[in-house]
Design a protein around this ligand. Structure first.
Ligand code: SAM
Length: 337
């Protein structure tokens, strides 16, 4: 008898059932199970008692986490994997749990996808979520986790000669401004965001060694002015994808006004290839922002360059960021002539 070829079916089943691996991980992060296990609460019973959970149900979750490779079990005791100790335990400097936890908030929005495809607009608004305190703190911390390395890489690849003042538009956790202050010996970094996210950034950056060089400017980047002839460098990072083309062109024009002559604008975000079907991460990101904003999407490098040229920027160049990661991005740089 010929053996059945399961290859295609396996691929399909793995894809469709991947939620059964994602959800246990998200729930484990929700209850900080990896951090609790690192503190020595290593049986289902001790964890359940500490966290007021149902011990038999928790045991099934812990076993499932072993099956997917993020916990190990000896007898009745669980321990973190090497990778888990690095990435999933709160006290580790490489902790990425805030970002991953935030994915559980977005899970509900993805459940709207079938309606959004029919109705063409989201059922939840990003700004409504930002206004909710619980979402803001998680969302901002989440951005901070994933942008730490790209921010340092971008700062590393820029020329800091003569840069005295930078503006970070939609600054989020302020990771990019932090990297700028670390790289430049004297630049003052202005962070601009809506009041609530800005307050979160302020508290996150309180103990930064360059804290005296941060300035915090609560503003709406679409409704308010970004300033006039006052910055050497303006950064618009991971903001383009939440806005439509018209708002992006408006932002780029405002950034042009805010820059001194010779100053640089940097748009940093994911970049789709021209036919918009790759890379995978921005192709899925385009769908993701559709679920939160009726207007945003992922753009191509040519679109970013078109906005910069349209506003009068010259000497355009591109800096690839995090090229080897699952989510490579692009910094498009233009100079005010
Ligand atoms: C995806 S985050 C990017 C954060 C940061 N620039 C980075 O790259 O990590 C988008 C940021 O834009 C801010 N934002 C959204 N709409 C805004 C508006 N109308 N005015 C000012 N900030 C806004 C959000 O609060 C959020 O911090």
């Amino acid at each position: 008898m010929r053996t059945h070829d399961f290859t295609d079916f396996n691929k399909l089943a793995e894809l469709v059932l991947s939620y059964r691996r994602a959800k246990p991980m998200l729930v484990a992060l929700h209850y900080d199970l990896f951090s609790e296990i690192a503190k020595g609460r290593v049986t289902a019973a001790s964890l359940a008692a500490e966290l007021e959970l149902d011990a038999p149900a928790l045991e099934r979750l812990l076993d499932a986490l072993c099956a997917i490779g993020w916990l190990e079990k000896r007898g009745r005791r669980y321990r973190n994997t090497r990778a888990g100790r690095r990435l999933l335990v709160e006290t580790s400097p490489e902790y990425v749990g805030s970002n991953l936890k935030y994915q559980e908030h977005t899970w509900d929005a993805w459940s709207d996808l079938r309606y959004v495809i029919k109705e063409g607009k989201p059922r939840r608004g990003l700004l409504d979520w930002i206004r909710k305190d619980f979402f803001t703190a998680d969302y901002i911390k989440a951005m901070g986790d994933v942008t730490r390395h790209p921010a340092r890489e971008l700062a590393e690849k820029l020329d800091w000669t003569g840069v005295a003042r930078t503006l970070d538009v939609g600054s989020g956790a302020g990771t990019f401004s932090a990297a700028f202050v670390e790289k430049s010996p004297s630049a003052v970094a202005v962070l601009l965001d809506l009041p609530k996210p800005l307050a979160v950034a302020k508290s996150l950056l309180k103990r930064h060694p360059g804290a005296d060089r941060f300035r915090f400017k609560p503003a709406d980047y679409l409704a308010d002015s970004l300033g006039e002839n006052e910055y050497d460098l303006v950064l618009i990072s991971n903001v383009s994808r939440v806005e439509d083309e018209k708002s992006n062109r408006l932002l780029v024009a405002k950034a042009h006004r805010a820059l001194k002559k010779g100053g640089r604008l940097i748009i940093h975000d994911y970049a789709l290839d021209p036919d918009r079907t790759s890379p995978l991460f921005p192709a899925l990101m385009s769908l993701h922002v559709l679920l939160f904003t009726g207007k945003g999407r992922a753009y191509t490098a040519a679109e970013y360059e078109g906005w910069l040229r349209g506003a009068g920027f010259k000497a355009l160049s591109g800096i690839p960021i995090a090229k080897e990661s699952l989510h490579p991005s692009l910094a498009v740089v233009g100079r005010k002539a």
